[in-house]
Design a protein around this ligand. Structure first.
Ligand code: HEC
Ligand code: HEC
Length: 290
């Protein structure tokens, strides 16, 4: 490159002096608009670095004059969401379950809240779809051991079932007819056959006949004359085909011999009353509550 300015003779513009295969680069100035945008960006970047967290230091970035943090933003969003929910939460606290159920907006809110609380607290026993499993009742069907209206469900959730830590828990024990020798072995088999016949299963007719008498004397008080169940005793309906300890004759005989009893924890104390109300609304709506 020489000191002398090299002027392109076609355009009359000075070249940069760079040349490739006879092609020279013109030394045109940058377009004005481009240059100003560039300066504006630089100024913006400096301002940004002063105002917002920007330069990484050893432990954290420079905080910035405005004090903005992602963590802070999340906290603000949570506070806003809480504020928006407060309207509903307050109404749920004030209203009866029946009134919440009637109010479409509140009902939807409670149902969503109940669903979330159910996923955290209840699915380990009742299943993710509340379908239950052996020993844990299905909450989707319309078969209720302790009652399926809003208040009954609320009470069940609040105080639990046979839960030692709650004085108002639901209690009732089926006697151990076999183990405690209230019934003879053959009577146990007979009544089991009768129970099977209640839900339309095939069973030895002679046994069923004798079993009906055993049932009448020993079981009807809790499970009802026709086996339709007795909610005040938490005694399940035996005449539908829905069971949670098994639906075979031998399952019935086992229960009569030495009954199993389900335990469900009380939720008062662990969950606030508002959440329990939302859960009751949710569970009630699952299987078309009563
Ligand atoms: C540790 C296991 C367990 C957990 C957790 C649990 N349950 Fe239960 N639940 C049971 C059992 C067992 C029964 C049946 C008790 C019986 O034999 O009467 C039951 C019964 C019920 C019933 C009564 C059903 C009826 O037919 O009357 C309702 C309602 C219920 N649970 C709701 C809930 C809700 C809502 C939660 C979560 C907040 C929950 N359960 C958590 C074990 C559990
Ligand atoms: C004091 C009331 C009471 C009496 C009397 C009683 N039961 Fe029960 N029975 C219950 C209760 C409560 C349960 C539910 C246990 C549970 O929820 O875990 C039950 C459960 C059962 C079950 C299981 C149902 C299922 O869904 O798996 C069968 C079967 C049964 N009883 C049959 C009988 C027969 C037969 C007799 C008479 C010999 C009898 N019961 C007498 C209270 C009673």
């Amino acid at each position: 490159m020489s000191d002398k300015k090299d002027i392109d003779h076609i355009t009359g513009v000075e070249t940069t002096g760079h040349e490739w295969d006879g092609i020279k680069e013109l030394n045109n100035p940058l377009p004005r608009w481009w240059l100003w945008t560039f300066y504006a960006c630089v100024i913006w970047a400096v301002g940004y670095m002063i105002a917002y967290p920007a330069i990484p230091l050893l432990k954290e970035a420079t905080p910035g004059l405005l004090g903005v943090t992602d963590r802070g933003n999340v906290a603000i969003e949570i506070a806003n969401a809480k504020q928006a929910q407060k309207k509903f939460v307050d109404q749920i606290a004030d209203k009866s379950l029946a009134d919440i159920r009637k109010d479409q907006g509140l009902f939807q809110f409670a149902q969503a809240g109940g669903k979330a609380a159910f996923a955290i607290n209840c699915i380990q026993c009742h299943g993710s779809g509340a379908q239950g499993s052996a020993g844990y009742p299905n909450l989707n069907d319309d078969d209720w051991i302790w009652g399926g209206d809003l208040e009954a469900i609320y009470t069940t959730i609040k105080h639990g079932i046979r839960f030692a830590g709650d004085d108002d828990t639901r209690v009732s024990d089926m006697p151990a007819f076999g183990k405690d020798e209230v019934l003879e072995k053959n009577q146990v088999q007979e009544v089991a056959a009768f129970v099977a016949s209640l839900s339309g299963q095939e069973a030895d007719a002679a046994k069923v006949k004798k079993g009906a008498v055993v049932y009448e004397e020993n079981c009807a008080a809790c499970h009802g004359e026709k086996g339709k169940g007795g909610r005040e005793f938490g005694a399940p309906n035996l005449a539908d085909a829905i069971t949670f300890y098994g639906d075979k004759q031998e399952d019935f005989a086992r229960q009569v011999n030495n009954p199993r009893h389900g335990v469900m924890p009380a939720w008062t104390g662990r969950l606030d009353d508002n959440t329990i109300k939302q859960l009751a609304i949710y569970v009630h709506a699952l299987g078309g509550g009563e």
